[in-house]
Design a protein around this ligand. Structure first.
Ligand SMILES: Nc1ncnc2c1ncn2[C@@H]1O[C@H](COP(=O)(O)OP(=O)(O)O)[C@@H](O)[C@H]1O
Ligand SMILES: [Mg+2]
Length: 314
């Protein structure tokens, strides 16, 4: 895979590079710690667009840091720090790179990643809606007949997916398959933790007028066997956020963050395969504004202050 690495890590630290995902670049700090850097890359229709959305990575990292703090009583997580000054000096290229890392980086506990995407749905949408239409259930969880697209479910449900190797699509699986993949004990623990995390997230979001329709968690284990929450948590990239005031079941809902750019893309003569088109300045600005608004509404904190002081506070 072509690397999309940025210049924030010193060239002589190449050997520490682990991998680039669609959004994050990962570096090994030592045997126990990992540097996760959220880039400003935006993917839409499964294509990473050539135009970055300034500070999007900071929105994702800031929201994850907020949720890690908000949910630490439910399950321990990988977050160890977020200060570039805590990185080994040889990892940071120079002062400018340190400044660029600020707000978008996390130091995480290096975990063995469980091969399961822990999805929780409170509403009927996306692949869940498709599966319900075809079978009346999602991941083996039976649901009442007659539900409409985007309907609120009788209660949140755990609908795991198997993490397919790169290039393949993740596959919805029943809980029994999770038990086979990670063992029945861990399977029950990630299910219970996921449902509790979603419950907390949905409650906090709704207070801000935002519906957390569904979200995806990732878990890992430490050499000690401890189970921890990893990756990013309840961000616009891992979740469907809907405007509560505009919620109307019976149709698809506009996604809080990306609808703006999706609408523009839909109007372009573009076949939705890579490479995507460059975004005009007003589309970049509008998309950035939605991400920043998501951060501010959900956390109740000022994004400008997050940028300046690296704190999540009013
Ligand atoms: N604490 C951790 N230990 C090991 N791997 C992690 C940890 N936290 C996140 N990851 C991995 O880092 C990657 C995050 O990069 P991302 O761009 O989101 O990738 P993807 O395109 O696979 O979603 C994911 O593969 C995730 O499983
Ligand atoms: Mg990811």
């Amino acid at each position: 895979m072509r690397s999309r690495r940025k210049w924030w890590v010193a060239v002589h630290a190449e050997s520490r590079f682990l991998r680039s995902g669609k959004v994050r670049d990962l570096y090994r700090i030592d045997d126990e710690r990992l540097l996760l850097v959220a880039s400003d890359r935006l993917s839409a229709f499964d294509v990473v667009l050539p135009t970055p959305i300034a500070d999007k990575g900071r929105v994702l990292t800031g929201l994850s840091r907020f949720w890690f703090a908000e949910t630490a009583d439910i399950v321990p997580n990988h977050l160890l720090g977020a200060d570039p000054a805590d990185l080994p000096a040889e990892l940071v290229a120079d002062e400018a790179a340190g400044a660029d890392l600020r707000g978008r980086m996390m130091i995480g506990r290096l975990a063995e990643v469980l091969p399961v995407e822990c999805v929780v749905r409170g509403y009927l949408s996306g692949s869940g809606w498709k599966e319900y239409l075809a079978t009346g259930e999602i991941c083996g969880v039976p649901l009442p007949a007659g539900l409409r697209e985007s309907d609120r479910l009788p209660g949140p449900i755990f609908t795991p997916a198997w993490k397919a190797p790169a290039g393949q699509h993740d596959e919805n699986i029943p809980f029994g398959r999770v038990a086979e993949l990670v063992g029945p004990d861990l399977a029950a623990r990630v299910r219970d933790a996921s449902l509790a995390l979603y419950g907390r997230g949905a409650e906090v979001s709704l207070r801000a007028g935002v519906i957390l329709a569904d979200t995806k968690f990732e878990f890992g284990t430490l050499p000690s066997g401890e189970l921890i929450l990893i990756d990013e948590v309840m961000t616009p990239d891992s979740s469907r956020f809907w405007e509560a005031a505009a919620y109307e079941p019976g149709r698809a809902q506009a996604s809080y963050d990306k609808q703006f750019v999706r609408d523009w893309l839909e109007a372009q003569p573009w076949p939705k395969t890579a490479p995507g088109p460059e975004l005009p300045d007003d589309v970049v600005a509008g998309t950035r504004a939605r991400y920043v608004e998501a951060f501010e509404r959900i956390t109740g904190a000022s994004f400008a202050r997050y940028l300046q002081e690296d704190v999540i506070a009013r």
